[in-house]
Design a protein around this ligand. Sequence first.
Ligand code: IPM
Ligand code: MN
Length: 367
Amino acid sequence: MMKKTEIIALPGDGIGPEVTGVAVEVLKIVCRQHNVELSVKEFPFGGTCYEQYGSPVTDEILDECKKAKVVLLGAVGGPKWDDLNADKRPEAALLKLRKELGVYANLRPIKVYPVLAGSSTLKKEVIEGTDILIIRELTGGIYFGKPRFTSEEGGDPFSVDTMKYSRSEVQRVAKVAFEAARLRSGKLCSVDKANVLESSRMWRKSVDELTDDYSDVKLSNMLVDNCAMQIIRDPKQFDVMVTGNMFGDILSDAASMLTGSLGMLPSASIGGKNGLYEPVHGSAPDIAGQGVANPLAAVASAALLCRYSLKMEEAAQTIEEAIKSLLQDGLRTGDLYAEEPGTRLVHTKEVSDYLINQIQAKEESAV
Ligand code: IPM
Ligand code: MN
């Protein structure tokens, strides 16, 4: 008997539909291999949803996501919607979705594939062997703090955002990080700006309070400016890192370059029983619709979906191995391509065909 599972796909804007399409196809195949019949319900999201419904997400779509508990997302945003009011912007839909799903811990693994070490702008010997897990707090901090407004003082307009963290908010994400560190090298680095910000001093104190419960994990604290520099100077010093919403946003983009391309980075956002899986990259409107986007971050996000939400570790590994073998065989989308012997420039479709063949061949050899 096939077990039935339903997930939601929100392809979104720009290259979102191209990369999500590949990820969904791959997911369906690995699920079938593990006796799971995956049904994928698709909805518009972000700019494409705004075009259809006048809002970047509707209550019905949010309800469907909450009901399904597992969501695979492409990317949102584009110049077409940049001038809309804050609440109509595609990004507002993404923040709302994260908040409503309660996915407070955003896991962003930064793993350098040995064959891509030459694709990075950084020196091979600096990045080779890098394997960092950035855990970014996702439903609090300056992205959500109140008050938040724009006003005017004596003819001079000004705006206010609020960075707020409570102990419970910090500790729930810190616990995810301590647990993850326990399963890896036992090292955790918490990143803040405690020399300046009150909310960061709360952050540091709240993380420190957990050390008794996790005495097997070695905790260090680092200031975010120093961390930005250390990631580039010596990335191998890091294993698990935990930080607030905005710092995590910035540090993970910086860290992505260690892997050769932002187009390689998957993410998993978890909390409670819900999971939201999305590539770290954006909608790349400049290359959208051309069939040249790198779908690997979306496909790797699908692997994380198998691991964390569907509890199908073997399926996750099958996907990850297919990605590894594709890179070893030299297939490179434009974002990764550098003229090197043994490599060739390919389109999204070729990546997709390769992955599907690889995964199906694995099944045949297992039978
Ligand atoms: C990310 C993105 C989003 C964020 C944007 C699109 C709202 O940059 O997931 O890193 O800032 O969280
Ligand atoms: Mn970002």
